[in-house]
Design a protein around this ligand. Structure first.
Ligand code: KIV
Length: 273
């Protein structure tokens, strides 16, 4: 069985490039989801999704961990290659994992090279410190598109004191506005706002020259992103406030496997001659 994209179908849709994402600022909302494997990438290729992120959330979804800190550049490169095999139309963005950006320049640039060679068309980097913005500026100047990520930045979960909403106070709001501007100045083509107070996300979106993509940041952002397995309801017990289960795949899978076990036990499958 081939997992390659159906080229006839994708030929009918327009390939999303960084310039298309930028041109959607203030226009029709951008749609983005995560993906980590060729099977789901093949399905996403049948939709009109704008952006696919090989997120370091793979630490939770694929590895069963309780943070993203264990995810390495080897992991992201591997999953990027898997997705790139079946994905043609949406923009493919890969996450720069923990302890890569913001530390030594050599490490970040080597990791960026690996992810781009694995098939990424852009990278996402968490944070907006002066040091990070200098590195992002160097990447963007040398033709590597970067998506910023501020608000709740999971790679800094320990410093932030947990997974909690950001940007509530006036001071925190001003800090996020400043961070967004610095990322724009460094050349980012879009910025993820994660778990950001709705009013703050609206203000950042209004003041920011590039599209904002929200997760748990209200509906005024220029686009939305969710973790694919979360929105498909593959774990119905996981239901943070911002999440909507657009399907209940947990039930579909469990029912199918139970039916299979029953039919094998009854010897009604496979059908004998
Ligand atoms: O890793 C990830 O999946 C992300 C998105 C939730 C934005 O960073």
């Amino acid at each position: 069985m081939s997992y390659a994209a159906n080229s006839e179908q994708s030929a009918q849709r327009k390939k999303r490039r960084v310039t298309d994402i930028l041109s959607r600022k203030g226009g029709a909302p951008l749609t983005a989801l995560t993906c980590y494997d060729a099977t789901f990438a093949r399905l996403l290729e049948k939709t009109d999704l704008d952006v696919v992120l090989v997120g370091d959330s793979l630490g939770h979804v694929m590895q069963g961990g309780d943070s993203t800190l264990t995810v390495t550049v080897d992991d992201v490169a591997y999953h990027t290659r898997c997705v790139a095999k079946s994905l043609k139309t949406p923009l493919l963005v890969s996450d720069v994992p923990f302890a890569s950006a913001g530390f030594t320049d050599e490490r970040l640039y080597a990791d960026a090279e690996r992810l781009m060679r694995a098939g990424a068309e852009a990278l996402k980097i968490e944070g907006a410190s002066a040091e990070l913005c200098r590195q992002i500026s160097r990447l963007t100047t040398h033709g590597i598109p970067v998506m910023g990520h501020i608000g709740l930045v999971p790679q800094s979960v320990h410093a932030l004191g947990g997974y909690r909403i950001q940007g509530r106070s006036e001071e925190a709001q001003l800090r996020l506005l400043d961070e967004a501007q610095r990322l724009v100045d460094a050349g980012c083509f879009a910025i993820v706002l994660e778990l950001v107070d709705e009013a703050t996300a609206r203000r950042v979106t209004q003041s920011c020259q590039v599209p904002t993509i929200g997760i748990g940041a209200g509906n005024s952002c220029d686009g939305q992103i969710l973790v694919l397995q979360d929105m498909l309801g593959m774990n119905m017990d996981f239901k943070p406030k911002f999440l909507k289960h657009f399907a209940n795949l947990e039930n579909v899978v469990v029912d199918a496997v139970e039916n299979y076990c029953r039919e094998v036990n009854e010897r009604s499958f496979p059908v004998g001659k």
